[in-house]
Design a protein around this ligand. Structure first.
Ligand code: DAK
Length: 259
C-alpha cells in the first residue's frame, strides 16, 4: 500500500519493521491523514508474521511537532467530537507488537503523546519533549495529562503542561520518560538494536508481557482519559482556542481574553 505522509520499511532488520513520519517541511505535524495512514500501516505490520517489533521515527529535526494546528484551528467542539480522532489513537494503543519510538528533535503535543503510546523511547541528544498546547489556548488531548504524569510525576508534568516548557532528552531520561539518549547520528540505529533484541524473544511471550505491563500502567487511566477528552473538546468552544491557533498561523503573539 502506498501512503502520502508516511514511509513503511518492512524490514529495517530481521523481524523489525519501521514507519517513518514523513511531512518534513511541517515538522511532521500529525494531520488526520497522517494519523490514519499510521494506524493502517501499524495494523498491517501487527498482522504480518514476518514482523516482531516496530520502530516509529521521524527525521533529525523532528519526530513530530504536534497535531496539525492549521487543520484544527477553525474547528468547533462538535467538529472535533464528530471527527473522533480518538478511535485512531485508541487503535494505535491496541497494537499488540512492541513499538519503539526513535526520537530526534521535536516531540511536542501530539508528537510527545505519540511517543508515550509507544512501548520504549530512544532519543537523540537533540530531542526535546513538550506539551505546549497551553500556548495555543488548549490542553493535551491524547493522554498528555495522564500518561505524562504517570511517567514523570506530578511536579514535572504540571510544569510541562501549564508552562508549555520543553524538556531535553537528558531531562526526559532522568525523569523516566525515555529509555536511552544517544548521539544524534545513532538514534535510529540504537532503536533498531533495541527492537532486534526484543524481536529475538518469543513473539507470544512478548505480546503477553507487553499487555501485562500496559495493564498495570493503565489502571485507572480510562477515567482520566475520558475526563481529559471532555475538557479538550470544551476548549474548542472558546475564543482563546481560535485566537491561540490563529496567532500561531499568523506568526504573532496570542492575545488571550479568558473567553
Ligand atoms: N501544526 C502545523 N504546522 C506546524 C506545526 C504544527 N503543530 N508545528 C510546526 N509547523 C509548521 C510551521 O507552521 C512552519 O510552517 P511554515 O510557516 O514554514 O509554512 C513549519 O512547520 C516549520 O516550523 P517553524 O518555522 O515554526 O520552525 P521553528 O524551528 O521556528 O519552530 C517549533 C519549531 C516546533 C518550536 C514551532 O514550529 C512550534 O511551536 N510548533 C508548534 C508546536 C505545538 O504547539 N505543538 C502542539 C500542537 S497541538 C488529539 C490528539 C492530539 C492532539 C489533539 C487532539 N485527538 C486525538 C483529538 C494534539 C494537539 C497538539 O499537538
Amino acid at each position: 500500500m502506498s501512503y502520502e505522509f508516511i514511509l513503511v520499511h518492512e524490514e529495517l532488520a530481521p523481524f523489525v519493521a519501521g514507519v517513518q513520519l514523513n511531512r518534513p517541511k511541517e515538522l511532521n505535524a500529525l494531520n488526520l491523514q497522517l494519523m490514519s495512514e499510521l494506524r493502517s500501516a501499524l495494523e498491517d505490520l501487527d498482522a504480518n508474521d514476518a514482523v516482531r517489533a516496530i520502530v516509529i521515527f521521524g527525521n533529525e529535526r523532528a519526530f513530530a511537532a504536534g497535531a496539525d494546528i492549521k487543520q484544527m484551528a477553525g474547528k468547533g467542539a462538535i467538529d472535533m467530537l464528530k471527527i473522533d480522532q480518538f478511535s485512531t489513537w485508541d487503535s494505535i494503543r491496541r497494537i499488540k507488537k512492541p513499538i519503539i519510538a526513535a526520537v530526534s528533535g521535536f516531540a511536542l503535543g501530539g508528537g510527545c503523546e505519540l511517543t508515550m503510546l509507544c512501548d520504549m523511547i530512544v532519543a537523540s541528544e537533540t530531542a526535546q519533549f513538550g506539551q505546549p498546547e497551553i500556548n495555543i489556548g488548549v490542553m493535551p488531548g491524547a493522554g498528555g495529562t495522564q500518561r505524562l504524569t504517570k511517567a514523570v510525576g506530578k511536579a514535572r508534568a504540571m510544569e510541562m503542561v501549564l508552562t508549555g516548557n520543553f524538556i531535553s532528552a537528558e531531562e526526559a531520561k532522568e525523569a523516566g520518560l525515555i529509555n536511552k539518549v544517544v548521539p544524534v547520528e545513532l538514534f535510529l540505529d540504537e532503536a533498531i538494536k533495541l527492537a532486534k533484541r526484543v524481536a529475538e524473544k518469543s513473539p507470544i511471550a512478548i505480546q503477553l508481557a507487553k499487555e501485562s505491563v500496559l495493564k498495570s500502567f493503565d489502571s485507572g487511566l480510562q477515567e482520566g482519559l475520558f475526563f481529559e477528552r471532555k475538557n479538550f473538546y470544551t476548549l474548542f468552544a472558546t475564543e482563546d482556542q481560535k485566537e491561540g491557533m490563529a496567532a500561531f498561523i499568523e506568526k504573532r503573539k496570542p492575545d488571550f481574553k479568558n473567553k
